[in-house]
Design a protein around this ligand. Structure first.
Ligand SMILES: Cc1cc2nc3c(=O)[nH]c(=O)nc-3n(C[C@H](O)[C@H](O)[C@H](O)COP(=O)(O)OP(=O)(O)OC[C@H]3O[C@@H](n4cnc5c(N)ncnc54)[C@H](O)[C@@H]3O)c2cc1C
Length: 727
C-alpha cells in the first residue's frame, strides 16, 4: 500500500520535471569515443565501452535510428595495463548480456557481442579479462554431449568441473553442448591468510609481504578492475548501486552499504583520507599501542594512495563559510591529520591533480605487487569459517570461485579484515561468541565471549542536501573542520551524482519502515533518469558526530557466512545522540546561511516541478518550510516546529553513515599489542571492528594505517622469533 503510493508520487514527480537542458558539464572534460555497438536503447542496459572506460552518453543508430550506440570515456590514464579482450565462443540467445552468468568463461565482463549461429540469430560475447586478475584461470573444454538447451538442465562436464556456458549443436543448432571449466588447482594455504581484501586487509598484506612473509589474501567480492565505476571520482556515487557494494537493510529499516570488491570500502567510498590524533589512540587502545609506529604506517599508506585535494571555487566558498561560522581559518593547509579545533585541506584517494580524478584504492597496493611470489590474492573466494586446534587458528574453510569448499592452511596465522559487519559474523560461525547464540546456531563453542558483535556503531551523522542556484563540477570535500566543543566534524560534497545515487542507496526520502527493496526497484529508473536532473543540483553539508552513544549489534543468523547477519543500529536510542542532532542542525544551518553561501543556496523553489511529491521533497516546489534561507532536503518540518516535531523528523530521516565500528573491539574481543582474539592464538583482527569508538573523522585513513601497523608488528615479531630460533 505504502509502496504503491510512493511509486505514484515518484512517477508524478518524474512526469512533471521538464528535461533539463543544463545537463551541463559536471565532469572534468575527458576524451570520449563511440563504441560502435548498436543495441536496444538505453545503451546503459547493455554492455558497452569495449575499449574500457565509462558510459557517458549515447546516440541513435541502426534501422530507423531505433537502436543506441554508447559514448564512453577513454579508459584509465593511471598506468593500469590494457585489458585483454576475447570472444568466448558461446552462442546463446541475444542479447548475450541476458546470459551474463554463462559467458566470459575465462573471467571478466562482457563488453561487446556479435551475431552467431544460423542466420546470425544468436549472440556470442566478447569479454574483457581484467589485467593481472588474481583469480586462477580454469582449463576449459567442450564436453561433446549434444542435448536440449540450455545445457545447464542436463548433466554435462564429463571430465569434472563446472558448466560455464554452452553453444548450439546438432541440426540447425537447436541443441546445446556444454562448456566446462575443470577445477583449477587450489592454493593449499600460506603462512598468513588474510580474510577480506578491503581497506585494512590490503594494507596488512602489503606490510607482511614487503617484509618477506608468505601471504594469501582471500576476498569474497569482485576484482575492482571488473567494476569500472570503482575507478573514478565521477562514478563514485553510482558505485554504491553496483555489484561492488552490498546493500543490507538494518533491523531499524535503514540501509547500510558494505563493500563486495577487492579494496573493500576504499573502492566505493568518497575518498577522504584523514588520520586521527594521538590522543584518540591513547584513549582507545591503551599502553600497548605504539603510536609512532602507527603514524609511520599512516604516512606510508598516504604516500602510496593519497593526495591533498585541489582547490575549486566551491571549495573556497566552503572555506569562507567555515570561517564565518568560526569553525576554520581563511587559509587552511593540507594536512593528513585532523585538527580537533580548526580546519584543514583534506587528503583524498582521488587524484584530483589528474584530469580523470582516478581512484587509488587499497586494492592498488595488491595490484602493484602482483609480481611478488610471496603475495597471492584471490577474488570470489568467500571464507566460510575459521578452524581451530586447541584454540589455535590453523586453517580457513573457503568457498572458492567454482563454488567448491576447500580448506586452506594458515601456518603462522589468520588475520581477520572482513570489516565491522562480517568479522563478528565469521567469529560467531567459527565458535567464538555468546554461548546462547552458538547453541542456537548449532556451532561448537571455541571461546565464550558475549561481546562479539555487540557495541555496533553506525556513526551518528546529519546530512543536509541544499538546493543550489548553479551547478558546477563534482566536488568531494576540499576543506574540512572539526570542533571539540560541538563535537562535530564538517565535510561537504557538491553536484555530480551524489544526491541521486545516495537517494537510491538509502531510500531516505521516506521513513525507515517504508524503505523496501520494491521501492528501490521503482525509484531506480526515475532517480537515474528524469529526477537525477533535479536532485543532482544539490550540495551536501555533512556533520559527523565525534561520538555515537547508541550501540547496536551484529548477529549471525545462519552458519552460512554468505547470508548477511542481522544488524541492529539502534539509531538515536540514546538521548545524547538526539541532542547531537539538534547541535548539528544548528551548526549546519549556520554554514548554509553564511554570506559565503548566500548567492548559491538562496533559490526559493525549483521551477519545473509541479507535482505531488513525498513529504521530504516537498520544499523543492514549495520553498523552505521554515524561515531558513535555503531549501534543505530532507525537507524540514513546517515552521513553527516544536522540539517533538524535530525529533520525529530526525527519526524518520535517519540514514546510515557508512562508518561502522566496534563489533570486535579492543579490550573486549581482542587484546594485546597484535590485536589477538581473546582466548585464541594466531588469530588477529585489524579492521574497523577493533575500534572501541568511532574515529572523529572519516575513518578509511586510520583503518588502512591500522592494517599496515598490525601487519608490520606481526612481521617484526616473526623476524624476532626466527632470530631467537637461530640463536
Ligand atoms: C559509500 C561509502 C562512502 C564512504 N566514504 C568514506 C570517505 O569518504 N572517507 C573515509 O575515510 N571512509 C569512507 N567510508 C568508510 C570506509 O570505506 C570504511 O570505513 C572502510 O573501508 C572499512 O575498512 P575495513 O577494512 O574495516 O572493511 P572493508 O573495507 O569493508 O573491507 C572488508 C572486505 O572484506 C570482504 N569480506 C567480507 N566478508 C568476507 C568473507 N567471509 N570472506 C572473504 N572476504 C570477505 C569484503 O568484501 C570487503 O572487501 C565510506 C564507506 C562507504 C560504504
Amino acid at each position: 500500500m505504502t509502496s504503491s503510493r510512493n511509486i505514484r508520487l515518484f512517477l508524478c514527480l518524474a512526469a512533471s520535471v521538464s528535461a533539463d537542458s543544463d545537463s551541463g558539464s559536471i565532469w572534468p572534460p575527458s576524451d570520449v569515443y563511440w563504441d560502435g555497438q548498436c543495441t536496444a536503447c538505453p545503451a546503459k542496459l547493455y554492455s558497452h565501452c569495449s575499449r574500457g572506460g565509462v558510459l557517458v552518453g549515447e546516440r541513435s543508430c541502426g534501422f530507423g535510428g531505433m537502436y543506441c550506440e554508447g559514448k564512453c570515456t577513454e579508459p584509465l590514464l593511471s598506468g593500469a595495463p590494457e585489458p585483454t579482450l576475447y570472444w568466448d565462443g558461446q552462442c546463446t540467445a541475444c542479447p548475450a548480456s541476458l546470459y551474463a552468468d554463462s559467458h566470459c568463461a575465462l573471467g571478466g565482463t562482457i563488453v561487446q557481442e556479435r551475431g552467431c549461429g544460423p542466420a546470425h540469430a544468436h549472440c556470442e560475447a566478447k569479454c574483457r579479462l581484467p589485467p593481472s586478475t588474481p583469480t586462477p584461470q580454469p582449463e576449459l573444454y567442450w564436453d561433446g554431449q549434444c542435448k536440449a538447451c540450455p545445457a545447464r538442465l542436463y548433466s554435462h562436464c564429463s571430465q569434472g568441473g563446472t558448466l560455464v556456458g554452452d553453444r548450439g549443436c546438432g541440426f540447425l543448432h537447436v541443441l546445446c553442448e556444454g562448456h566446462c571449466a575443470k577445477p583449477a588447482p587450489a592454493p593449499e594455504g600460506a603462512d598468513w591468510i588474510i580474510v577480506g581484501g578491503g581497506a585494512s586487509g590490503c594494507t596488512a598484506a602489503a606490510a607482511l609481504a614487503d617484509a618477506g612473509e608468505d601471504v594469501l589474501v582471500l576476498e569474497r567480492g569482485y576484482s575492482d578492475l571488473d567494476v569500472p565505476k570503482t575507478e573514478f571520482a565521477n562514478t563514485w556515487p553510482e558505485v554504491v548501486n553496483t555489484k561492488a557494494a552490498q546493500n543490507i537493510r538494518w533491523n531499524d529499516g535503514t540501509w547500510g552499504a558494505v563493500a563486495n570488491v577487492l579494496g573493500g570500502g576504499t573502492e566505493i567510498n568518497g575518498g577522504l583520507y584523514i588520520e586521527e590524533e594521538p590522543e584518540y589512540f591513547e584513549k582507545n587502545f591503551g599502553q600497548d599501542f605504539n603510536t609512532s609506529q602507527f603514524y609511520e604506517s599512516s604516512r606510508w599508506v598516504a604516500e602510496q594512495l593519497a593526495e591533498p585535494l585541489q582547490p575549486s571555487s566551491y571549495g573556497h566558498r566552503f572555506v569562507r563559510a567555515l570561517h564565518e561560522a568560526k569553525a576554520g581559518s581563511l587559509d587552511p593547509k593540507p594536512s593528513l591529520r585532523m585538527s580537533s579545533n580548526s580546519s584543514w585541506v583534506a587528503y583524498s584517494t582521488f587524484n584530483t591533480t589528474e584530469r580523470t580524478w582516478s581512484r587509488r584504492g587499497a586494492g592498488d597496493l595488491l595490484h602493484m605487487r602482483s609480481d611478488m611470489t610471496n603475495l597471492r590474492f584471490y577474488t570470489n573466494y568467500q571464507v566460510m569459517k575459521i578452524n581451530f586446534e586447541n584454540g589455535r587458528a590453523t586453517s580457513v574453510q573457503v568457498q572458492n570461485n567454482f563454488k567448491e569448499t576447500v580448506t586452506l592452511a594458515a601456518r603462522k596465522g589468520v588475520i581477520l579484515a572482513a570489516g565491522a559487519i562480517f568479522t563478528p559474523q565469521l567469529l560467531q560461525v567459527s565458535g567464538i561468541g555468546d554461548p546462547a547464540l552458538l547453541r542456537d546456531l548449532g556451532v561448537p563453542e571455541v571461546v565464550s565471549n558475549p561481546d562479539v558483535g555487540q557495541n555496533f556503531v553506525d556513526r551518528n551523522i546529519l546530512n543536509f542536501g541544499v538546493w543550489s542556484s548553479e551547478r558546477g563540477p563534482l566536488n568531494v570535500g576540499y576543506a574540512m573542520a572539526s570542533n571539540s566543543s560541538s563535537q562535530i566534524t564538517f565535510e561537504t560534497e557538491a553536484w555530480g551524482k551524489v544526491a541521486s545515487s545516495f537517494a537510491i542507496a538509502s531510500l531516505a526520502l521516506v521513513p525507515p519502515d517504508q524503505r523496501t527493496e520494491l521501492l528501490r526497484k521503482t525509484m531506480t529508473p526515475l532517480f537515474e533518469g528524469p529526477i537525477a536532473h533535479v536532485m543532482d543540483n544539490m550540495i551536501q553539508f555533512v556533520a559527523l558526530n565525534h561520538q555515537t552513544f547508541s550501540r547496536g549489534s551484529v548477529t549471525a543468523v545462519s552458519t552460512d557466512a554468505r547470508k548477511p547477519p542481522s544488524v541492529t543500529a539502534n539509531h538515536l536510542k540514546d538521548p545524547r545522540d538526539l541532542e547531537q542532532k539538534f547541535t548539528a542542525m544548528a551548526a549546519l544551518q549556520e554554514l548554509i546561511e553564511s554570506q559565503a553561501m548566500a548567492d548559491l543556496v538562496g533559490a526559493k523553489s525549483f521551477s519545473g516541478v509541479n507535482a505531488v511529491v513525498p513529504v521530504y521533497l516537498s520544499c523543492i516546489q514549495n520553498g523552505p518550510q521554515t524561515d531558513a534561507k535555503a531549501i534543505i532536503v530532507p525537507c524540514l518540518p513546517d515552521a513553527p516546529a516544536s522540539r517533538e516535531q524535530y525529533i520525529e523528523y530526525f527519526r524518520k530521516t535517519t540514514v546510515s553513515s557508512y562508518h561502522y565500528f566496534s563489533t570486535a573491539s579492543h579490550g573486549k574481543v581482542i587484546d594485546g599489542p597484535e590485536f589477538t582474539v581473546k582466548g585464541t592464538s594466531n588469530l588477529h583482527v585489524v579492521d574497523a571492528s577493533v575500534f572501541p569508538n568511532p574515529t572523529r573523522v572519516n575513518p578509511q585513513g586510520t583503518i588502512m594505517a591500522m592494517g599496515h601497523y598490525i601487519g608490520t608488528l606481526l612481521a617484526k615479531k616473526e623476524k624476532a622469533r626466527q632470530l631467537t630460533e637461530m640463536v
